[in-house]
Design a protein around this ligand. Structure first.
Ligand SMILES: C[S@@+](CC[C@H](N)C(=O)[O-])C[C@H]1O[C@@H](n2cnc3c(N)ncnc32)[C@H](O)[C@@H]1O
Length: 228
């Protein structure tokens, strides 16, 4: 009887740890743990992710570029940039002539990004900072992006408010919505398509729309309202 209780106890603990550390990547245990976990996986992140450059160009860089086509040299902020996925995808586009700042809290993810972005020199810059306090003045970016990260922030509302603050009126916001069963594992942090659109609309955004993207994420676009 004691053995059975012990085995059940070990199984429950293992499942709980799996949920807290793997499925939800430490978000319910605090920001420091989330960032520490990303520091640990930084060196192998790209290999595990194995993004296809053509997929990135077609479904990420070009649609975003289309929103910015009226601007000769747009300035973009990529929040939670990780190993530089979005900056690389944009800077590899021959018709993109802008600059990208990547911001992330993990020094080791940024170190990988820095190595990959070296050829782009002054067109890319990296900043180590958390998403709840963006070190930029209001209304300075033509676009702000945040891919596969909102669900890991201590407070996604604070982060989105900051992204909108630094976005120029009329500027483009591109964020991702975690979906499916793994999205629902984030409990009250999960938002349906409509809830997510309302969330952005109440944060000064308009023309919000959702595009299915990957198995676990939708892309959600919006524009910052111009003052009336
Ligand atoms: C799943 S990765 C996404 C990286 C990149 N956007 C991509 O699509 O490959 C999540 C990133 O969020 C960063 N992150 C987590 N919490 C953060 C926070 N509070 N502030 C800034 N970055 C954070 C992690 O360091 C990690 O690089």
């Amino acid at each position: 009887m004691l053995w059975i209780a012990l085995i059940i106890g070990i199984l429950v603990t293992a499942l709980l740890l799996y949920y807290l550390l793997v499925v939800t990547e430490g978000v319910f245990l605090g920001r420091r743990l989330v960032v520490w976990l990303y520091d640990q996986v930084a060196a192998t992140y790209d290999a595990r992710k194995a993004v296809d450059p053509d997929f990135e160009a077609f479904f990420l860089a070009r649609p975003l570029q289309h929103h910015l086509k009226h601007l000769p040299n747009p300035l973009i902020l990529d929040v939670a940039s990780g190993t530089g996925r979005l900056p690389i995808a944009l800077l590899e586009e021959p018709l993109f002539h802008g600059r990208v700042i990547g911001l992330d809290a993990s020094a080791k993810m940024l170190a990988v990004a820095a190595e990959k972005l070296r050829p782009y020199r002054f067109r890319a810059a990296l900043v180590q900072q958390t998403a709840d306090h963006l070190p930029f003045p209001p209304n300075c970016f033509d676009a702000v992006t945040c891919l596969e990260a909102l669900e890991f922030f201590p407070n996604d509302e604070t982060a989105v408010r900051e992204m909108v603050r630094v976005l120029k009126p009329g500027g483009v916001l591109l964020v991702t919505r975690r979906k499916g069963i793994w999205g629902k594992a984030f409990l009250s942090r999960y938002r349906s398509v409509n809830q997510f659109a309302n969330f952005l609309t109440t944060a000064e955004m308009e023309a919000v729309y959702t595009v299915p993207w990957q198995q676990e994420y939708d892309q959600v676009y919006g524009r910052k309202r111009r003052p009336a």
